[in-house]
Design a protein around this ligand. Structure first.
Ligand code: N0T
Length: 546
C-alpha cells in the first residue's frame, strides 16, 4: 500500500550504541538519548497489566519503559509464535510518546528457566539442567546443550524479525538478552557433557585475550576455572543468540548482572555463577563481542558499595547503564553518580501498580512518595535529556551522591560490609572534592544556604550533584540538596579566583535559554541547591592583581 511505502521512505535510523574516545551515546533518531527509565515488576508483560503500568511511568516523568517479553508467551507451543502482547505494548507506548527497552526472559531469568515455555522446562531430557558436583539437578538450564540454544535463538530471532516489521518508528530502542544469567548453588555444570568440555583446551581466543599459555581450564585458571568456564559458556551462548537477533534486526543489546558484593563476594554459586560479575568481566568481553554492554542491577543500598559497582561497570570497553536499581528512597540519589560516569540511563525496578513490591530490595510501598524520589530527578533532567546525553557524549562529566548513609533507623539492608561508616563533626565525611583539572569542585550536604557552618548531611541522605564541561572554564551544574563550591586546583600567584558569571536557565530545542544571573547571596557561599530544580551555567575565571 502507499501508506507502507511512505513509512518505509521516512524510516528513522535504527538505534545504535556509538563510541568516541571512550565516551558513549545511545543514538535514538540519530541523536544521543538519555534513558530516564522505569522497569516494571516481573509478570507485567500482559495487556491486562498495562493499565497499572502507564500511570506510574507518567507520574515518574520517565521517557522509557523497561518491560519483559517472555519466551513462554510468544512461543507457547513449539514453532507457533504470538506477538500480540508486543503489538499492544508498542502501540500503547507510541500513544504516550514513551520508548521501550524489551527484556528477553528465556533460558535464564534470575538463573532459572521460569519464563521458558512448558515444552522446554518440563522436558529435562531435551533441555538439560545444571548438575552439581554431588549430582543434584538444579533448576538452571545448562549452557552446554545445542538444542536449548537453538530453541531460544529461534524464538529470539522471531521476536527481532517481528520488531523489524512493526517498528520502523523505533519505539523499541534496546533489548536485554536474558535476565541475570548464571546459576545459584553451583559454580558450573558438572554433568558428563560439561565434564568432557571442561577437560578440553581453553579456547585460543580467550587465551589470547587474557594473555595466558595454552592448557585445559584447570591448568590455566586454577581455582577460578569452574566459574570462568561457566561464564565463558554462558557468554558464548548468549552471544550467539544476540548475534542472530541482530542479524534479523540490529538494535543495541545488553545483558544485566546479578552482582556479587564487590568487597565480600563469597563463593561462586552463593551469587549467580557464570553471570558477568565483576571478576569475570574480562571473560565476558572476550566471549561475547556482539553484546554491546554489561549492565549492573543494583540492590546494594549503601553509598560505598554502589559507588564501587559504578566504577567497576564503567570502563573504556563498557558504558555504564543502570539496568535495574532498587526503587526505594536511598537509591534515587545514585542517579547523580551514574550520570557522572557518563551513564546512558537509569531504570528503577518495580515501577507499577501491579500489586507487588520487592522490599527489602526496593520500597515497601508503591505510592506517590516512592515515585516522587524519582520523578524529582527525572523532572530535572527530562527537559534537557537530549542535551545532557549530547554533552555527556562529547565532554567530561562528574557526579556524586551523598556519601554518608542515613536511612530511617539507620539500619541498611544488604550493607553488612560497610555499616559503621558514620559522619563526623567537622563535616569532612559530608564533603566530596571533584578534580575538574584547573578547578576543584567541592560538594557538601546538609548546611544552611548562607555562611560557612560545616555540613551535617541530609536526613535521610538524598543529595547529589553533577557537573558537565561545556567548554573552557565553563560548566553546567545541577544538584539537589547540596552546596557546590569552586576553587582553583593550583596555588595562584598574583591572581585571584572568581565565578565570573553564573547563569540560571534551561534548554529549549537544544538551545540554552537564559533566565537570570545568580550573584550576591546566591553565589557568596557557593551554589546552594535545594529540593527545587535549578540548572546553572557557570563560568570560572581568575584576574590579575599585579
Ligand atoms: C532482580 C529483581 C527481579 C542478598 C528482584 C535481583 C528482576 C531481577 N533480581 O526483584 O527479579 O527481574 O533482575 C536479585 C538480587 C538478589 C539480592 C540478594 C541480596
Amino acid at each position: 500500500t502507499s501508506a507502507c511505502t511512505t513509512s518505509e521512505q521516512n524510516e528513522n535510523s535504527v538505534p545504535q550504541l556509538v563510541e568516541n574516545n571512550d565516551r558513549y551515546a545511545l543514538m535514538v533518531d540519530d541523536a544521543p538519548y538519555l534513558i530516564l527509565g522505569a522497569q516494571t515488576n516481573n509478570s507485567a508483560n500482559y495487556a491486562a497489566a498495562l493499565p497499572d503500568v502507564w500511570p506510574v511511568v507518567e507520574k515518574m516523568k520517565a521517557n522509557t519503559l523497561v518491560i519483559p517479553v517472555a519466551w513462554e508467551q510468544v512461543e507457547p507451543e513449539e514453532g507457533e509464535f504470538d506477538f500480540s502482547f508486543v503489538d499492544t505494548l508498542v502501540n500503547q507506548a507510541r500513544e504516550r510518546d514513551v520508548r521501550l527497552v524489551l527484556l528477553w526472559f528465556a533460558t535464564w531469568k534470575n538463573n532459572a528457566p521460569h519464563y521458558a515455555p512448558e515444552w522446554v522446562k518440563l522436558n529435562n531430557e531435551r533441555f538439560p539442567r545444571v548438575i552439581t558436583e554431588d549430582g543434584k539437578v538444579l533448576n538452571s538450564l545448562s549452557p552446554h546443550f545445542r538444542e536449548t540454544l537453538e530453541a531460544d535463538k529461534k524464538a529470539f530471532v522471531a521476536l527481532m524479525q517481528h520488531l523489524k516489521k512493526i517498528d520502523w518508528q523505533r519505539t523499541v530502542i534496546m533489548v536485554q538478552v536474558e535476565n541475570e544469567v548464571g546459576t545459584y548453588g553451583s559454580a558450573r555444570d558438572y554433568s558428563p557433557t560439561a565434564e568432557a568440555e571442561f577437560q578440553k583446551q581453553v579456547p585460543k581466543k580467550l587465551l589470547a585475550d587474557v594473555n595466558r599459555e595454552a592448557g585445559d581450564w584447570r591448568s590455566v585458571f586454577g581455582r577460578d576455572a569452574d566459574e570462568f568456564f561457566h561464564a565463558w559458556h554462558i557468554a558464548r551462548y548468549v552471544d550467539e543468540i544476540t548475534e542472530a537477533g541482530k542479524a534479523a534486526y540490529p538494535l543495541p543489546m545488553y545483558v544485566n548482572v546479578a552482582l556479587r558484593n564487590p568487597f565480600k563476594p563469597g563463593k561462586p554459586g552463593s551469587y549467580s555463577s557464570g553471570g558477568a560479575t565483576d571478576n569475570v568481566l574480562h571473560i565476558w568481553k572476550s566471549a561475547a563481542p556482539n553484546i554491546d554492554m554489561i549492565s549492573p542491577d543494583i540492590y546494594f543500598r549503601d553509598h560505598k558499595t554502589v559507588a564501587r559497582v559504578m566504577d567497576l561497570y564503567s570502563r573504556a570497553d563498557n558504558p555504564l547503564y543502570i539496568a535495574e536499581i532498587g526503587n526505594d528512597q536511598p537509591y534515587a540519589r545514585y542517579f547523580f553518580t551514574a550520570l557522572g560516569h557518563g551513564a546512558l540511563g537509569f531504570a528503577p525496578f518495580g515501577m507499577d501498580y501491579t500489586d507487588y513490591t520487592n522490599y527489602p530490595l526496593g520500597a515497601e510501598k508503591m505510592d506517590d512518595e516512592t515515585i516522587g524520589h524519582f520523578s524529582e530527578l527525572y523532572g530535572l533532567f527530562a527537559p534537557m535529556a537530549r542535551e545532557w546525553a549530547d554533552i555527556s557524549f562529547r565532554q567530561r562529566t562528574w557526579g556524586v551522591s551523598e556519601p554518608v548513609d542515613t536511612y530511617k533507623d539507620k539500619k541498611l539492608w544488604n550493607a553488612q560490609t560497610t555499616e559503621g561508616e558514620d559522619g563526623d563533626n567537622n563535616g569532612e565525611a559530608y564533603t566530596q572534592r571533584l578534580d575538574l583539572g584547573d578547578w576543584t569542585a567541592e560538594v557538601t550536604y546538609g548546611r544552611p544556604m548562607f555562611w560557612i557552618d560545616p555540613p551535617k548531611g541530609n536526613t535521610p541522605s538524598s543529595g547529589g550533584a553533577v557537573i558537565a564541561e561545556l567548554g573552557e572554564n565553563e560548566y553546567l551544574v545541577t544538584a539537589f540538596r547540596a552546596r557546590v563550591s569552586f576553587s582553583p586546583s593550583r596555588e595562584l600567584d598574583g591572581e585571584q579566583f572568581t565565578m565570573a558569571r553564573v547563569e540560571e536557565g534551561h534548554f529549549e530545542n537544544g538551545k540554552w535559554v537564559f533566565e537570570r544571573l545568580w550573584n550576591g547571596d546566591q553565589t557568596d557561599w557557593g551554589l546552594n541547591f535545594t529540593n527545587e530544580p535549578h540548572v546553572l551555567k557557570v563560568k570560572l575565571a581568575t584576574y590579575k592583581t599585579n
